[in-house]
Design a protein around this ligand. Structure first.
Ligand SMILES: [Zn+2]
Length: 252
């Protein structure tokens, strides 16, 4: 039985916590850098010997060193993950980890982070989804690590597997395939909006963000421009948009 414990982390608002999951002797993403939360997590986790990471972002790995010191557990992460502490076992797509209470299959899902892994609970079909999807808020892609076409390919790869999605932030998403289809459609719709914004002439990402996100309450335009860049890259890669030396973009 998969358990979840949200721990407080310095993550991306509106999220305030990162979900730590436990199956058998394995804990996924012991995330909090703060001692009170690490204490709580250790009491909840009990005797574990395996720490699995979905990816290397700071709001997922802050409690790893502490849990290793308490338990001696070995740390498992994808071969491409860049971590500031030792990794004992480098995982690859298709690897299976025996937790003592069920098998977890590793699914390499880059696009949000290099070396991002989802873990599929083989008994139930549930997928521990890391930062591929979010129970609330949105998934931020930051170039160059964040890459829209790669991210969409990873979403589409998860889609036929079925099962619930258990995200790192927020509640479980009961209809995994419907959620994944929505995420893919949303990114394509946003790409179309970005292309449409260029219909009036060349703009830089900030100018595009001001148009595309005009109706979104409370939007942070700097962060929105970072997202716009990923859509521009998608369009440039398909020769629908070209980048100018002055930082603006134009339709081909
Ligand atoms: Zn992340």
């Amino acid at each position: 039985m998969l358990d979840v414990l949200p721990v407080r982390t310095p993550t991306v608002p509106p999220a305030t916590h990162t979900n730590c999951y436990r199956l058998g002797r394995a804990v996924i993403d012991p995330a909090s850098p703060w001692p009170d939360e690490q204490e709580r997590l250790a009491a909840w986790a009990g005797p574990v010997d395996t720490i699995l990471l979905t990816h290397h972002h700071h709001d997922h790995v802050g409690g790893v060193a502490d849990l290793v010191a308490r338990t001696g557990a070995r740390v498992f992460a994808h071969a491409d993950a860049r971590l500031p502490f030792p990794v004992d076992v480098r995982l690859h797509d298709g690897d299976v980890v025996d937790t003592g209470a069920g098998l977890l299959r590793c699914l390499h899902t880059p696009g949000h982070a290099d070396g991002h892994l989802c873990y599929r609970v083989e008994d139930t079909g549930d997928i521990v989804a890391g930062d591929m999807v979010a129970g609330h808020g949105t998934i931020v892609l930051i170039e160059p690590e964040g890459h829209l076409a790669t991210y969409i390919a990873s979403l589409e790869r998860l889609l036929p597997l079925g099962g619930r999605l258990l995200p790192a932030h927020g509640p479980a998403l009961e209809d995994g395939p419907a959620t994944l289809a929505q995420y893919v459609a949303h990114r394509h719709a946003r790409t179309a909006q970005v292309a449409a914004a260029l219909g009036g002439g060349p703009l830089d990402p900030e100018g595009i963000a001001a148009i595309v996100y005009a109706g979104v309450p409370g939007v942070h335009l700097g962060l929105a421009a970072v997202q716009v860049r990923t859509h521009l890259t998608w369009l440039v890669e398909r020769a629908r948009v070209r980048a100018h030396a002055d930082g603006t973009y134009a339709l081909e």
